[in-house]
Design a protein. Structure first.
Length: 222
C-alpha cells in the first residue's frame, strides 16, 4: 500500500486517469474510517480533472486545517496539447472538431507565442470545471445543457517550457500560480496560433516543494 497513513500526516497520491479527485478522497476516507472505527474527515487541496494524472494532496483528520494554505501553493504541470483541433470541454472527453486547414508551425514560432502567456494574465475558466456558479458546480450546469457564464480571473504563469513538438502534438511544462487552468491555457494558445487546440494529456508533477518523484506516494485502494 505504499506507507501507513498517520492522521497528522499529509497524504500524497498519484491520481490515475479516469478517477475524479472526489473519488480519490472517498476511497481514502473509507479506508481510514474502517481502520479507525468511525467516520474520518478527508479533503483535498486542489482538484485534478478526471482525465488528468499526478500529484494530489489529501488531508485527514486534524491535518485538514492545512487545506487553505496548501490550496494556494504554486503548481507544475506537464501537458500534451493537440494543435489544429478544439474540444467542447477543452480535453479529450469532449466533442472534438478537427481543423483541416490548420497550418504547420516551427518550434520557434510556438515558443514565441507561448511566451506571451507568461506573467499575470486573464483567464476564463472552462464551463466544464468544479467552480461553483450560484451554488452549483459549473460542470453539472454544462452537462445539463445550460449556458454557463464563467467569470474571468487573473492568474499567474511563471514559465512555459516547450518540451517536444511532433505535429500536431505539443508537449509543455508550465509552472503556474493557484487557480490556473491548463486546459484554458492550451485553448488560448491554440487561439493565438490561429489553429485551435485542446489538452489531450495532463499530469501534475509538483505542488510547492512537493515533487511527485520525491514524496512517499500512497497507493489508492480499489
Amino acid at each position: 500500500m505504499g506507507y501507513n497513513i498517520d492522521m497528522e500526516e499529509i497524504i500524497f497520491v498519484d491520481k490515475p486517469s479516469g478517477m475524479s479527485s472526489f473519488g480519490a478522497v472517498a476511497r481514502v476516507r473509507r479506508l481510514l474510517s474502517e481502520r479507525e472505527g468511525h467516520k474520518v474527515k478527508v479533503g483535498h487541496t486542489g482538484t485534478l480533472d478526471p482525465f488528468a494524472t499526478g500529484l494530489l494532496i489529501l488531508l485527514a483528520g486534524k491535518a485538514t486545517k492545512k487545506a487553505p494554505e496548501l490550496t494556494k501553493k504554486d503548481k507544475v504541470y506537464e501537458a500534451t496539447i493537440r494543435l489544429g483541433a478544439i474540444s467542447s470541454t477543452c480535453d479529450p472527453e469532449g466533442e472534438i472538431t478537427i481543423n483541416d486547414d490548420a497550418p504547420q508551425f516551427t518550434l520557434d514560432e510556438i515558443d514565441v507565442v507561448a511566451r506571451q502567456f507568461v506573467g499575470e494574465i486573464e483567464q476564463t475558466p472552462p464551463a466544464f470545471s468544479a467552480i461553483k456558479i450560484n451554488g452549483q458546480r459549473a460542470y453539472r450546469l454544462a452537462r445539463a445543457g445550460k449556458e454557463v457564464e464563467m467569470p474571468k480571473r487573473k492568474v499567474q504563469i511563471y514559465s512555459i517550457d516547450v518540451l517536444e513538438y511532433h505535429a500536431p502534438y505539443l508537449k509543455i511544462r508550465t509552472h503556474v500560480g493557484s487557480g490556473t487552468y491548463i486546459r484554458t491555457l492550451a485553448e488560448d494558445l491554440g487561439r493565438a496560433l490561429g489553429c485551435g487546440a485542446y489538452t489531450t494529456e495532463l499530469r501534475r508533477t509538483k505542488i510547492a516543494d512537493y515533487d511527485i518523484t520525491k514524496v512517499p506516494l500512497f497507493e489508492l485502494p480499489v
